[in-house]
Design a protein around this ligand. Structure first.
Ligand code: FES
Length: 331
């Protein structure tokens, strides 16, 4: 995705009505939803790595990766882990959604696409991070591409889609690792990354600890940034005791709102009737990305690259704050 596309996200993303054709348990605390178009409608095409925003009961909106093959034109499949520290999203999916219900979703967006220049693809998934990787593996297998999937989970009962992977025609390209199965080989991360050829691209998705371990090992093995691709699932929004209030100015009207120490920019803007679309609210998905015309953001997201942060011309108002007394936003 180009930077321009990132700076100017769809402010009013198109909402689609879909029907839950099937809800089923995929593993302990993980359920999948198969979403089909409503009568007489169709679904926009997507590419592996894409996600949709799902509008949940209670007004919550959450992003979920599509895990089915993008060659399937008439369905989207997502899988959702019930988070023990759920802020309501995963609990709503598990407890309130049922087969047959209608849902509102966004069109697919993709910040985690396969690199068309790559000759080989190394897919590393941790836990629920398997979802975009499954779509990638299915796509790469269908195209006859050179890839390997390495999938780690704490226990077999928490390993969603393990049976589907082990029975897939590309099962020989998949390696499953279960922490508590000591008779299975464990992932030799450093060796795997050191042995990969220089035309390999690495894709990683999973919990923060898993991502940090993989990306840290890749860095230690000398992988250049341009061959690393990642997507986080759960962000850890950083709050500092010393957080200060600051001002936000709307460039279009000149209106100024104060963002209090315990408030997000999105909340402050809401208080004056300005709605910035959000999804993860944790600096992970990029839905709220907003252009900054003046002032210096205090970036607290995991979405922007280091270069993009340094440019200081965009930020994620769901979690990021300001180092300057005022930010002027392109709103
Ligand atoms: Fe996801 Fe702000 S809503 S990054």
């Amino acid at each position: 995705m180009s930077k321009e596309e990132k700076i100017f996200p769809l402010r009013e993303s198109t909402r689609l009505g879909v029907r839950i054709a099937c809800k089923k348990t995929e593993a302990l605390d993980i359920c999948s939803l198969e979403l089909r178009p409503l009568e007489g409608q169709s679904l926009p095409a997507f590419a592996a790595g894409a996600h949709i925003d799902v509008h949940l009961p209670g007004g919550l909106v959450r992003p979920y990766s599509l895990c089915n093959d993008c060659a399937e034109p008439d369905r989207y499949v997502i899988a959702v882990l019930r988070e023990s520290a759920s802020r309501g999203g995963s609990a709503a999916v598990h407890e309130q959604l049922q087969t047959g219900q209608q849902l509102s979703i966004s069109a697919p967006r993709n910040h985690f696409a396969l690199d068309a220049q790559a000759c080989k693809h190394l897919l590393l998934a941790g836990g629920i991070g398997i979802t975009p990787m499954l779509a990638m593996a299915r796509c790469l297998a269908r195209e006859g591409a050179d890839f390997a999937l390495h999938y780690c989970a704490r226990t077999r009962e928490r390993m969603a889609f393990a049976d589907a992977i082990e029975s897939a025609p590309w099962a020989h390209q998949a390696h499953l690792y279960v922490d508590d199965e000591h008779n299975r080989p464990q992932l030799q991360l450093a060796a795997l990354l050191e042995q990969a050829s220089p035309d390999t691209h690495l894709y990683v998705c999973g919990p923060k600890g898993f991502m940090d371990a993989v990306l840290g090992a890749a860095e230690a093995a000398g992988w250049p940034q341009e061959r690393l691709h990642w997507e986080c699932f759960a962000g850890e929004v950083v709050h500092h005791d010393e957080d200060q209030s600051f001002e936000v100015e709307l460039a279009s009207t000149g209106e100024v709102v104060c963002v209090a120490a315990g408030q997000t920019v999105v909340q402050a803007l809401e208080s004056i009737g300005v709605c910035v679309p959000t999804s993860c609210e944790q600096g992970v998905c990029g839905t709220c990305l907003t252009r900054v015309l003046a002032g210096e953001p205090d970036h607290r997201d995991m979405y922007l690259t280091e270069e993009e942060r340094a440019a200081n011309d965009q930020f994620t108002p769901c979690c990021s704050r300001a180092r300057s007394a005022r930010l002027v936003l392109d709103l």
